[in-house]
Design a protein around this ligand. Structure first.
Ligand SMILES: NC(=O)c1ccc[n+]([C@@H]2O[C@H](COP(=O)([O-])OP(=O)(O)OC[C@H]3O[C@@H](n4cnc5c(N)ncnc54)[C@H](O)[C@@H]3O)[C@@H](O)[C@H]2O)c1
Length: 676
């Protein structure tokens, strides 16, 4: 296979990987001027613990370097709250190369190296110098020594060895078998009583655990494409809930807030879903950046102008996305006064982090708010809570007129309720409004097994991505011809998505693609890829998925929020998933604490699988993908979810060796007449 480097570059790169920790102490280097540095972490360790953190860090290096490195690492701990070992960051450019460029004894190891480097590519990663891929704290490794050692182990690995990574730390290569995973990743696995946010601060500062988020610590991040697709699916299906059959979203309003990391996908998704998106953003820089990147069509900073523009977009049935530079509460209130009807409403401000800049109060400038955060945090908190109450009141007025409002997994309803906002249902336990998983992704996608399947063309060639897009579209169309009514819409949405994917220009970093497919779709697409690799039509392909999926994640307020049998506070599904995938042929598996909603709030796992065109790859993909999806459907069906019950019965009919325990439903009357 072709390489993406000249001979000399390749030799140096390979040498550097194979060396691991260099034999000569590298020079300390200046911090790159253009890098986005991770925020300073909490100073949480006692003096003794700081000494322990430095002692831990020095374990990676020979004695003769200790004197020099000890003071440098102590300084890093002081300045940044963590020891990143900046001077050991390799000099080569970090990016997903062609699989052929990696020094490896087995292709599976080379594929993993490619995916690791993609997660650390400065074009992809949020804080690349600190080995953070996304979400502010989603780490690939804790420090550069771990990266160097892991890559060295991968370069030496044979196809009957397994590398065990403990929160980024390469414990070592262990003999295993050709069918075992090549890498097993755990991130942030704690004794349950040690899973409070400050435990992460402490044990991460000690260098003994890390927050892997979801696809960061499992080497499966593919840039913003994943979130654009998920948001598109959500917005399209939300419109289906509110429009009559055959009605078009054109000219209909989706009002939301936030143009940050994930929230910035909303206007692009709104355009793909064919509606009018109005997205408020208080930070003018964030809004301007998204406008310059082409993720939002128009930028308006004046309310009268916004009202006039939105009225004309409604009247002309336009498809357009508009960023309003200002506070979302002003938009909800003005649109009410101006009698602008909002079909869909949501919010993606960062309310998981309300007191330090995740959510800005109304009637106070952005700059003044930032001053309050620093100098008068108690005043800021009061202002945020007042705003949340106003926000909830304005939403309630619109929903009384017919707006469909959903929580977008950002803790809006939780924080509004804590602030005393009118968002509780009559029973005083539930919220008035559903979350996007409870109402949309759960019943319409996850319960049927549809979830964020993805792949990366390991040759690095855009032509391979085009060919795999075409193969996936062909397979989905064939399956759709015989699909039951219940899943036709999901099939069609994903066929449209894959057919338009290239023109939507979503690739950043590796040649990757995402689409939502169920078990049958994922298996048949993967089998068709493997055949195409075998015939030489395309190079090797890495399969994976986001952890935000049917089976991989136990998260009571997000992925499993539509589980109503009480089991949403358990994490058995995610654990079974990672163990089950590992002995069914995954090339690597990972299991994490945290991810999306926070440390201690979720357990999530994922996998990667290299397809190389071999018979063994075909056997593995069939066995593993079947389990990877149906494990979650079985659990959702046992929780009495109707759609999952339909899907698992269908799968059992298709797969005679699958025998799942089905739930018997009890009549309400029997329960209502009990004296309890
Ligand atoms: N997109 C998804 O599918 C998804 C899924 C689950 C959770 N989330 C949640 O969505 C939230 C947003 O994520 P992000 O990565 O975009 O965060 P982010 O912090 O990068 O962006 C949030 C933006 O909201 C803006 N903002 C804050 N208060 C505002 C206000 N009152 N009016 C207008 N703008 C305001 C901020 O300036 C910021 O730019 C997070 O809580 C995340 O966990 C998103």
């Amino acid at each position: 296979m072709e390489t993406s480097m000249n001979f000399q570059e390749q030799a140096l790169f390979k040498e550097s990987i194979k060396q691991g920790i260099p034999s000569d102490l590298p020079q300390a280097k200046p911090y790159p001027a253009d890098a986005n540095r991770a925020p300073k972490r909490k100073d949480i360790l006692s003096v003794d613990e700081k000494q322990l953190a430095v002692r831990n860090a020095l374990r990676y290096f020979p004695k003769e370097w200790h004197q020099e490195l000890a003071s440098e690492f102590a300084q890093e701990l002081k300045d940044f709250g963590r020891i990143y070992m900046y001077r050991f960051k390799p000099n080569y450019h970090m990016k997903a190369r062609s699989i052929a460029d990696y020094p490896a004894k087995c292709q599976q190891a080379a594929a993993i190296m490619l995916m690791v480097e993609n997660n650390l590519d400065p074009a992809v990663a949020q804080h690349p110098e600190e080995l953070i891929t996304y979400g502010g704290n989603g780490a690939v490794f804790q420090n550069w020594a771990q990266y160097l050692l892991a890559m060295k182990y991968l370069s030496e690995m044979e196809s009957d060895q397994t590398l065990h990574l403990y929160s980024g730390h390469p414990m070592g290569l262990f003999p295993s078998s050709v069918d075992a995973p090549r890498v097993v990743v755990t991130n942030g696995m704690m004794i349950p009583n040690y899973s409070q946010p400050d435990d992460w601060e402490k044990f991460n500062a000690l260098g003994v655990t890390q927050y892997g988020q979801m696809t960061a610590g499992s080497f499966m991040y593919i840039g913003p494409q994943g979130i654009v697709h998920g948001t598109t699916i959500t917005v399209m299906n939300a419109f289906r809930k509110v429009l009559s059959k055959g009605e078009n979203p054109q000219g209909k309003i989706f009002l939301t807030a936030g143009l940050g990391g994930m929230s910035g996908a909303q206007p692009k998704a709104g355009n793909i879903a064919n509606c009018v998106t109005v997205c408020a953003e208080v930070n003018a820089n964030a809004a301007t950046k998204r406008h310059q990147q082409g993720w939002v069509d128009e930028l308006i900073d004046n309310m009268d102008e916004l009202v006039a523009r939105v009225k004309s977009a409604q009247a002309n049935e336009e498809v357009v996305s508009i960023a309003y530079i200002g506070n979302i509460v002003d938009v909800w209130e003005s649109f009410y006064e101006q009698e602008i009807y909002i079909h869909l409403g949501s919010d993606q401000t960062s309310l998981h982090n309300p007191w330090s800049g995740g959510y800005y109060p109304v009637d106070i400038s952005y700059e003044e708010s930032n001053r309050l955060i620093r100098e008068e945090p108690e005043v800021f908190k009061v202002k945020v809570q007042e705003t949340l109450r106003r926000h909830a009141d304005a939403v309630n007025k619109h929903t009384a007129r017919g707006t469909y409002f959903f929580d977008y997994g950002n803790a809006f309803l939780l924080e509004a309720s804590r602030a005393g906002g009118d968002v509780m249902a009559e029973n005083g336990i539930d919220f008035k409004y559903p979350s996007y998983v409870q109402d949309i992704l759960g019943p319409m996608c996850f319960d049927y097994g549809f979830g964020p399947f993805r792949w990366v063309c390991a040759s690095g060639k855009p032509e391979d991505l085009d060919k795999t897009d075409a193969i996936a579209a062909r397979v989905l169309k064939k399956i759709m011809a015989d699909s039951p009514e219940e899943i036709q819409q999901q099939m069609q949405d994903n066929i449209t998505w894959i057919e338009d994917a290239k023109q939507n220009k979503l690739v950043v970093g590796s040649q990757a693609r995402i689409l939502y497919a169920d078990a049958q779709g994922r298996m048949e697409i993967a089998k068709a890829f493997n055949d195409a690799i075998n015939s030489g039509e395309v190079g090797p392909v890495v399969l994976g998925r986001d952890h935000h999926d049917v089976s991989g994640t136990d998260s009571p307020f997000r992925e499993t929020s539509n589980i109503y049998d009480g089991s949403r506070f358990t994490a058995d599904m995610a654990i079974h998933n990672v163990i089950g995938d590992s002995f069914r042929g995954a090339t690597w598996v990972s299991i994490h604490n945290g991810g999306g909603v926070g440390w201690g709030e979720v357990v999530n796992g994922g996998f990667g699988m290299l397809l190389d065109g071999s018979d063994a790859a075909e056997r593995r993909l069939k066995s593993m993908l079947l389990f990877d999806v149906n494990n979650g459907i079985a659990r959702r069906s046992w929780a009495r979810n109707e759609e999952a019950n339909f899907a698992i019965k269908r799968e059992m009919a298709r797969t005679p060796k699958l025998k799942v325990t089905l739930a018997n439903l009890v009549e309400d009357d029997i329960l209502n007449n009990l004296s309890l």
